[in-house]
Unconditional design. Structure first.
Length: 235
């Protein structure tokens, strides 16, 4: 069985596998990039500011990490369907719909971990930046530099959440493949599901190994960044 993996390409050839990898990376990286741009300013604001209901906001952010992915996918599909409020954009069962779904799932992860990183920066650092005549923007930049390892860890955690997602992606993307075998909305996770159901375990194992390498690589990078950050603080 395992030897046949090296000899027999999947249906559609290895172009099929490559296209699935590219779609997975494109969707996940885009969603995580947009989520980072959205999450970081909010994490800075919540971390900097004392306001009524701050604990509730923080609790909501943390709770968001447990959103059921299939529910997120269902809500996004309802919004983008022809009968939904965003149906005029005709984005259902497209990579854009998948990006929207992964954005919703990755945002609480990135926001929560970034918030923890921002709040871990000592108050004396902020006070020193203000004392030197820094504006709120200047202080924010200083805090980002101090919390950079935690923020990068947050982004990597968000990517891990996105790249390994299957439920919502299957709902909003439709798991579509073109007639020539190239993927349109099929990702590594949804492809593994299809290959397993059709009994093509060899192809499923290849795709699973690729996904595992990506996830383990992200986890290793996150661990290395955290250890480097601890080393700098202790030094």
């Amino acid at each position: 069985m395992f030897f046949s993996l090296q000899l027999q390409p999947p249906d559609g050839g290895w172009t099929y596998v490559v296209s699935i990898i590219l779609v997975s990376l494109e969707v996940s990286l885009t969603a995580v990039g947009l989520s980072t741009l959205f999450s970081l300013p909010i994490a800075l604001f919540v971390g900097f500011t004392d306001f009524p209901g701050k604990r509730i906001v923080t609790a909501v952010i943390n709770t968001g990490m447990g959103f059921p992915s299939v529910v997120v996918g269902l809500v996004v599909l309802m919004l983008l369907s022809n009968s939904g409020p965003l149906g005029t954009f005709d984005r259902a069962f497209t990579p854009q719909a998948m990006i929207a779904s992964q954005f919703v799932l990755a945002t609480p992860v990135i926001m929560s971990v970034s918030l923890s990183a921002v709040e871990s920066v000592e108050q004396s650092v902020r006070d020193a930046a203000f004392a030197m005549g820094g504006t709120d923007l200047d202080v924010g930049i200083v805090v980002i530099k101090e919390a950079r390892y935690g923020i990068v860890t947050a982004v990597l955690a968000g990517f891990g959440r996105a790249i390994s997602e299957v439920g919502s992606i299957l709902i909003v993307g439709g798991n579509i493949v073109f007639s020539d075998g190239e993927s349109y909305t099929r990702t590594l996770t949804t492809a593994i599901t299809v290959e397993a159901r059709q009994g093509r375990y060899e192809v499923g194992l290849v795709l699973g190994a690729i996904l595992l390498v990506l996830v383990l690589g992200v986890n290793w990078l996150g661990s290395w960044i955290r250890s480097k950050g601890r080393g700098e603080r202790s030094g």
